[in-house]
Write a new protein. Structure first.
Length: 491
């Protein structure tokens, strides 16, 4: 009997495992959404809040005919959303303890408008079902999120207002050391701001906010600080006489870059205030930055002056680039039509033109012609730059004589060559000085990189992650409210 009983139990277990593997184990949607995903000062944040926020995200993407990301990207997105909800809830709890209030009537209006907007999505009900939700739960969650958001903003603003009364406390906070020198947060923030504005200028975006991105930014800022200290120590050890005139020129150039972001300084004071920095402190850092740039340039010049280049190296470089040096060029207009008959009509209209100025006027006229794909001055080019059919026709054409239509993969071209320079073969002697200068600069660049790395290695930097005032406040609150998270329950 025991054997039969054990066999029955084993069969039952195997059946349950099989059903689980097939996804047939029933999950109670209400129970699943009621799971606690975070605890804040003894208060539970339920999974339903996260699920409804995910539903909101997907609805917005759907309205843009976009889908949720997949795999690792989706997991990263979920983590960001979870952290966003958690941070809002922590700050909102602080706001409640500080007896701050929100405009509930205004929030109700926002909720109504938001839901009316996403309900236009034909997938509204389908997406809610996917996240085990319904319209009532969705509305409740959205109201909670908007309320937390407004309360969180008020709580953060209040904290910043208190901190702004003693900005020097934040500015002068010691965040680490380089060598035996203490590094203050204000100095770190200057190079952080440089990174931020560089990113905005290059990409139109701010700095990354994910953990890996933040880590990379921190490392770059620390390297900037280390290089600054290394260059200053080098200048002191070598008793370099700083060229104040050049430093002032560097300083003016640095300040000029900021004019692009804050014309005539408008808004700069308010911007710097968010970093607990005054304009004077900022300009002091700019002057130090300008001095570092001068020291860097001085070291570079010294290295360049020491470089030697042999005749053999010059000849080898010349031989490698000889074809480039001796490349023939022409300068030309072209008018491009998609259809052969249109190109032939254009050719008949321009075939008697024999001056650059007159053809330029015709090109301008054809730029608005529907039959023409392009009418333009191509400037100077070599044979390799254009498709073979075009190059062959252009380089064989007579100067100031329009070609008959030339077919390429783009259509039919009428080409007008207005410059056809006589080319004499470039010799090694012609290029010797230029190549020597290039090789010296290349060698100097490599040695400069090594020199700077060697200088930086002498500086022992110990700077841990530097939190913004906002992140530091959140960290304090999470410790104070004994925040616990259960992110695995989101899967």
């Amino acid at each position: 009997m025991k054997k039969k009983k054990m066999l029955a139990i084993l069969t039952l277990l195997l059946t349950m495992v099989y059903l689980a593997g097939c996804g047939m184990v029933a999950v109670n949607p209400e129970k699943d959404n009621a799971q606690t995903i975070a605890e804040i000062d003894g208060n539970n944040m339920e999974k339903s809040l996260f699920q409804n926020y995910m539903a909101y995200y997907e609805m917005n993407l759907s309205m843009q005919n976009k889908a949720l990301p997949e795999d690792k990207d989706l997991q990263n997105m979920k983590t960001e959303i979870f952290n966003e909800l958690l941070n809002l809830a922590v700050l909102a709890h602080n706001g409640e303890k500080e007896n701050l209030e929100v405009d509930e009537k205004a929030i109700d209006g926002q909720v109504k408008g938001l839901i009316e907007n996403v309900k236009h999505n034909t997938n509204f009900e389908k997406i809610l079902k996917k996240y085990n939700s319904n319209e009532e739960s969705f509305e409740k969650a959205i109201k909670t999120i908007l309320t937390n958001g407004e309360m969180a903003q008020k709580a953060m603003n209040k904290k910043i207002e208190v901190m702004q009364k003693e900005p020097e406390k934040e500015f002068n906070a010691i965040i680490g050391t380089i060598g035996e020198e203490d590094i203050k947060k204000g100095e770190y923030q200057y190079y952080y701001i440089k990174q931020l504005m560089g990113s905005v200028a290059m990409t139109g975006k701010g700095l990354p906010t994910d953990s890996e991105g933040k880590k990379q930014v921190h490392e770059q800022v620390v390297q900037s600080l280390v290089q600054k200290k290394a260059l200053k120590n080098y200048a002191d050890q070598e008793n370099l006489k700083i060229d104040e005139k050049k430093v002032k020129e560097n300083e003016a150039a640095i300040q000029g870059q900021w004019q692009n972001f804050f014309p005539d300084g408008e808004g700069l004071e308010t911007f710097l205030k968010t970093y607990f920095m005054t304009e004077k402190q900022f300009k002091d850092f700019q002057k130090e930055d300008a001095e570092s740039q001068w020291i860097h340039a001085h070291i570079k010049r010294e290295i360049e002056d020491k470089q030697e280049v042999s005749d053999k190296e010059i000849k080898e470089t010349f031989d490698k680039k000889k074809d480039t040096y001796n490349a023939k060029t022409v300068s030309a207009f072209h008018i491009l039509a998609e259809k052969k008959e249109d190109a032939e009509e254009i050719y008949n209209n321009v075939k008697d033109i024999n001056s650059k100025e007159d053809f330029a006027k015709v090109v301008e006229t054809y730029q608005s012609d529907e039959k023409v794909k392009e009418a333009a001055d191509l400037g100077s080019f070599d044979e390799k730059r254009m498709v073979p059919e075009f190059s062959k026709a252009a380089f064989n054409a007579e100067k100031d004589v329009p070609t008959q239509p030339v077919q390429s993969e783009f259509g039919y071209h009428i080409i007008y060559v207005y410059e056809k320079p006589d080319t004499k073969e470039v010799t090694l002697e012609d290029k010797k000085a230029e190549i020597e200068s290039q090789l010296k600069s290349q060698k100097a660049s490599e040695e400069l990189t090594k020199t700077l790395e060697d200088l930086k290695k002498k500086e022992n930097a110990k700077i841990d992650e530097v939190l913004s005032a906002q992140d530091a406040f959140l960290q304090e609150l999470k410790a104070e409210y004994n925040v616990k998270t259960y992110e695995k329950r989101l899967k």
